[in-house]
Write a protein that binds this ligand. Structure first.
Ligand code: SF4
Length: 253
């Protein structure tokens, strides 16, 4: 599913739960979790800098959308809790803080909870089985608790590996120290966005750069060199990094 103009405009107004791991990428990496996002790419998105490449219409995104209600039903079946959808929420105090949770859990002690539904591939599923829930998902649930209020003291992340049809849910308990740290880092990032001060770029060899939507403008020829170190023809390089017209133009090709 493509990112709609409305969705893109809403995302520019603040920071949502799925973006926490990008802002806290160092902490996420230190926990042993995989880091996907880059603060500079997030800054480009929030400041409206046009990307070199369109938002990818990947099967993984589509899979997540289609399976979300299925996973919510599996959770309901597992726990017997009542769940319902909740509209997008924006903090009244800090308007850049926003969240869209997958489901709200109601009618149970110790009060309302947050449910996030995750459809994962085989690799992530086995990582979860080996090491437990990755930090990036914990941060997402804690961000929801932060914005929805102090009455939210718990949440759950439900995972489904659809190919193997294996399911598991994890409990997330409120951790105010972590929430306060997250809120501070998000506020600092948002300050950069408002001041139009970009955060540092990653080293061009970072694997995140090779699939980044701003990779040509941001890393340009450095990225080509990194990708082309062991490659001999432009066809091979093009395959390796999916070079776009801007870089090819810059090279006079
Ligand atoms: S190319 Fe690399 S450093 Fe630049 S925005 Fe993308 S991920 Fe970040």
């Amino acid at each position: 599913m493509a990112l709609t103009k409305e969705h893109a405009a809403a995302r520019m107004k603040g920071i949502g739960g799925s973006e926490l791991a990008t802002i806290l990428h160092k902490e996420v990496a230190a926990s042993g979790d995989t880091v996907y996002g880059c603060p500079l790419a997030l800054y480009f998105e929030k400041t409206g800098i046009e990307a070199d490449y369109p938002f990818p219409e990947t099967g993984i995104i589509q899979r997540g959308i289609v399976l979300e209600p299925v996973i919510a039903d599996l959770y309901k079946e597992e726990k017997g809790h009542t769940i319902r959808t909740l509209p997008h929420k924006v903090s009244k105090v800090n308007p850049w803080e926003m969240v869209s949770i997958d489901r709200q859990i109601v009618g149970v002690e110790p009060g309302p909870g947050i449910l996030e539904c995750k459809s994962v591939g085989q690799q992530v599923w086995y990582q979860i089985k080996a090491k437990g829930m990755p930090l990036r998902f914990v941060l997402q649930v804690l961000w929801g608790m932060h914005i929805l209020g102090i009455q939210y003291t718990w949440g759950s992340v439900a995972f489904l590996w659809a190919d193997g049809w294996e399911y598991h849910s994890f409990l997330v308990e409120r951790d105010q120290t972590l929430i306060d740290m997250m809120a501070k880092k998000v506020a600092a990032f948002w300050h950069l966005v408002q001041a139009k001060t970009p955060p540092k770029k990653l080293k061009y060899k970072d694997p995140r750069c090779q699939t980044c939507r701003w990779r040509s403008s941001c890393q340009g020829d450095d990225l080509i060199q990194a990708a082309g170190q062991d490659l001999e023809t432009f066809e091979e390089i093009e395959t390796a990094v999916d070079l776009g017209p801007k870089v090819l133009q810059r090279m006079g090709i």
